[in-house]
Design a protein around this ligand. Structure first.
Ligand code: HEC
Ligand code: HEC
Length: 382
């Protein structure tokens, strides 16, 4: 009976996903594809130790593919009470980040995944969360592969990746199967569902936004210099503007004491400098420039969630170096960018205009199957 119910549920889920996810409709026509499999995996809570967390739990579509829970600046893992030290970035538009390279002319690293670029691409990235003790906390690769092998989409998985595609017979088989799982996720993350280019900015263009947003756009690309790192024009990596050049910078963001208290880890986060092999102090304190697409949906802001609102972080850019503002010192004083931010001389109205402009970068949210909402997030009414 229980089993029967699971099959019915599974069939409904498959149908629901196939009908609801644009670009994945091919699955309904019999074309089980890598992105379709990736979608099943991305929303599958059984791939966490507590059966309570999926990739979507921390990268929720309606939250700009970022953390939907806002009680804490950083995400709680599958095991209650365990927190990561960094804020969940958006998983949208991440596919466009190039493989890491050093741009000698600009003197900066570019590309890679994570705030510190430690994974080269989405496939390498997707192998991390399942086994991270403060995220999905599965004990090993074999347990993840076994869970997928026991899922309702296992036979579809084998149809795409071959009869040996979920094997745990040898360590080499486990590695290959685990790789397949990451490969399917990356295929899903590379499609239209994540990369929608459907915001007011895309559809209306900068000249048809509200008057305040147009003012913000002028500041963003002018006096406030935001577009030096968050370009509003199409760059080399995608068909539309990404509002990131995937370079790295130290903005001088102070420690977030709340995060230190949650994790019990009081060590300094050196970012890129510590992630490089070998470590390179010339890049200490630098973090990857994030896309600003959907940024209004994903507070808090900065790699450590130090800023609760968009206004707060814009005010930081504007006044970091204004002594009277009393900002705490940077977590990593080395390599702080003082040329392009810190004392922009913006009025409060100008700060608010920039915030309004950032709100024009919100895409139409993709549909999500109602039975896939993460624990604790109320199902919104349309
Ligand atoms: C508990 C919350 C949590 C879960 C679950 C989780 N992530 Fe993340 N994700 C994060 C955090 C935090 C980071 C940033 C970590 C860092 O930079 O050190 C991140 C980073 C990423 C990035 C990099 C984005 C960028 O711009 O660099 C991608 C892509 C991503 N996650 C996808 C996934 C996928 C796929 C899964 C499931 C296999 C997953 N995440 C599960 C919290 C989570
Ligand atoms: C010198 C490059 C640079 C400039 C100029 C710049 N940014 Fe950033 N921006 C970054 C980097 C790097 C980060 C991530 C830093 C971190 O978290 O440590 C970031 C993060 C952000 C975030 C947080 C996004 C998130 O998901 O947490 C927002 C919002 C933002 N920038 C908006 C702006 C605005 C608005 C301006 C202009 C006032 C601006 N930036 C100017 C490099 C820059």
């Amino acid at each position: 009976m229980r089993r029967h119910r699971r099959y019915v549920l599974a069939a409904l889920v498959v149908l629901g996903l196939a009908l609801m996810l644009p670009g994945l409709a091919s699955a309904a026509k019999g074309g089980i594809s890598k992105p379709w499999l990736g979608a099943q995996i991305y929303f599958d809570r059984n791939l966490s130790i507590g059966g309570n967390q999926s990739c979507a739990s921390c990268h929720w579509p309606a939250a700009g593919f970022s953390e939907p829970h806002t009680e804490h600046p950083v995400s709680e893992g599958s095991i209650a009470g365990l927190f990561g030290g960094r804020s969940s970035p958006s998983a949208a538009y991440a596919t466009f980040s190039p493989l890491p390279f050093f741009d000698a002319k600009a003197g900066t690293w570019v590309g890679g995944q994570f705030w510190d670029g430690r994974a080269p691409d989405l496939v390498a990235q997707a192998k991390g969360p399942f086994l991270n003790p403060v995220e999905m906390a599965m004990p090993d690769k074999e347990s993840v592969v076994s869970q997928v092998a026991a899922s309702y989409y296992a036979s579809d998985f084998l149809a795409v990746y071959g009869p040996n595609g979920l094997s745990t017979a040898t360590p080499a088989d486990i590695d290959a199967s685990y790789h397949n799982i990451a490969d399917a996720i990356a295929a899903f993350e590379s499609g239209d569902y994540f990369n929608r280019f459907s915001s007011d900015f895309d559809i209306l263009g900068p000249n048809k936004l509200t008057a305040q947003q147009q003012e913000g756009y002028k500041l963003f690309t002018g006096k406030a210099m935001c577009d030096l790192c968050h370009p509003a024009k199409k760059g080399p990596y995608a068909a539309g503007p990404l509002f990131t050049d995937f370079s790295y910078d130290n903005l001088g963001i102070p420690v977030n004491e709340e995060v230190h208290a949650l994790t019990g880890d009081h060590s300094i986060d050196y970012g890129l400098g510590a992630a490089l092999v070998p470590p390179d102090p010339a890049h200490d304190g630098k973090f990857k420039v994030p896309t600003l697409r959907n940024v209004a949906l994903s507070p808090p802001y900065g790699h450590n969630g130090r800023f609760a609102t968009l206004y707060d972080i814009v005010h930081f850019y504007n006044t970091r170096d204004v002594v009277a503002e009393g900002w705490d010192p940077p977590e990593v004083p080395a390599n702080v960018n003082t040329a392009e931010l810190g004392d922009l001389g913006l009025t409060e109205a100008e700060e608010l205009a920039i915030v309004a402009f950032l709100e024009s970068l919100t895409d139409t949210p993709p549909p999500v199957p109602p039975n896939k909402w993460p624990v604790g997030v109320p199902t919104p009414t349309p």
